[in-house]
Design a protein around this ligand. Structure first.
Ligand code: FES
Ligand code: FES
Length: 153
């Protein structure tokens, strides 16, 4: 089996094929941006994208992701190395506190803006409600999403 991750194909050994996608990414491939939080689909720390949709990688196996395009935070920056506009907005608004949840937050925010380029506060709250932040950075997250939306107009 092979998985397409950030535009590159990776061969997944048989022993890993029933493992959760989060552990394949972190431990087999070495992409440690997606984080292990609850392991139960509740916190959003493990969020990546499958075909542009934000998903919980702790709840998926390699087979669930086969023949689909997986994007992790390591694959968000542009080919010239510049940051994705959402990553830049996160820096501009100094969103992270401890940082642990932030990869998942950014991956969900990118998926939101791809679907809805100019979300309202309520739409942001709805779309981001599955990403928990113990540090309470929600207000700065909302501001960063608005900033990224403005810059994309
Ligand atoms: S670690 Fe996957 S949702 Fe919490
Ligand atoms: S920044 Fe610490 S958990 Fe979100």
């Amino acid at each position: 089996m092979r998985l397409q991750i950030n535009g590159s194909l990776h061969t997944i050994p048989e022993a890993w094929q029933s493992e959760r996608l989060l552990f394949i990414l972190r431990e087999l491939i070495g992409l440690t941006g997606a984080k292990y939080g609850c392991g139960e689909g509740i916190c959003g720390a493990c969020t990546v994208q499958l075909d542009g949709i934000a998903v919980r990688s702790c709840q998926l196996s390699a087979r669930d992701a086969e023949k689909r395009s997986i994007t992790t935070i390591e694959g968000l920056s542009r080919e010239d190395g510049s940051l994705h506009p959402v990553q830049q907005a996160w820096l501009d608004k100094q969103v992270p506190q401890c940082g642990y949840c932030q990869t998942g937050q950014i991956m969900s925010a990118v998926a939101l803006l791809d679907e809805n380029p100019n979300p309202s506060d309520d739409e942001i709250s709805d779309a981001m409600s599955g990403n928990l932040c113990r540090c309470g950075t929600y207000d700065r997250i909302r501001k960063a999403i608005h900033l990224a939306a403005e810059k994309n107009q």
